[in-house]
Design a protein around this ligand. Sequence first.
Ligand SMILES: Cc1cc2nc3c(=O)[nH]c(=O)nc-3n(C[C@H](O)[C@H](O)[C@H](O)COP(=O)(O)O)c2cc1C
Length: 200
Amino acid sequence: MKRSPLRQNTANARQTTERRVDNRQLRLLRLGVMGNGDDQRRLLVVWHSRTGASEAMAREAARGAGDQILVDCCAASEASVERMLSATGFLFVCPENLGGLSGAMKEMFDRSYYPLLGVREGYPYGSIIAAGSDGSGAQRQLDRIVSGWRLKRVVDPLIVNFDAQTPLEILAYKNVPEETLEDCQNIGQTLAAGIAMGVF
Ligand SMILES: Cc1cc2nc3c(=O)[nH]c(=O)nc-3n(C[C@H](O)[C@H](O)[C@H](O)COP(=O)(O)O)c2cc1C
């Protein structure tokens, strides 16, 4: 029996949607993040650091996250698309450079932006920015990028100013004050607890 044009259009639309879903599943399967039976909740702490501050803060946050969930802490250069796709929550830690995210952190987002688009909507995130005197530009840029992924901020942003103004101060290795490390631990703990309990 011949279908009416309306029913034919509906059937075509359904087929197109199904094909789109299939393509996405296929892509995720190829990336190894579906169908492997791994439904473990995982916090990914991604950092970039030139003079030590962000790395120290990221490691402290990862320590604070404890062992309630899997915690993966890696440099932005090591944050492959597969690794990003295996995360169920994110903490981004990097310096502000030239008014925005540091280059290596931005490169991580450039690399993973489209593979993650539409597949991590509503997932929780937090951020820690190391800065010489400002940090707000990097903060804004980060929030704008992840709003494209529809990530949900679940901890207040932390910007840590190291009062580095001269080239010598800026290029010097940074020691992170104890109370700041505690703040970082708390951020890690809050993120991990929320992810573990499924409240975000
Ligand atoms: C090339 C370069 C550009 C920077 N630009 C900024 C900036 O725009 N705003 C700011 O507050 N700090 C700026 N800083 C200072 C760093 O953000 C600061 O030293 C930070 O603590 C470095 O973090 P890290 O130790 O994790 O590398 C800049 C540093 C460098 C090396």
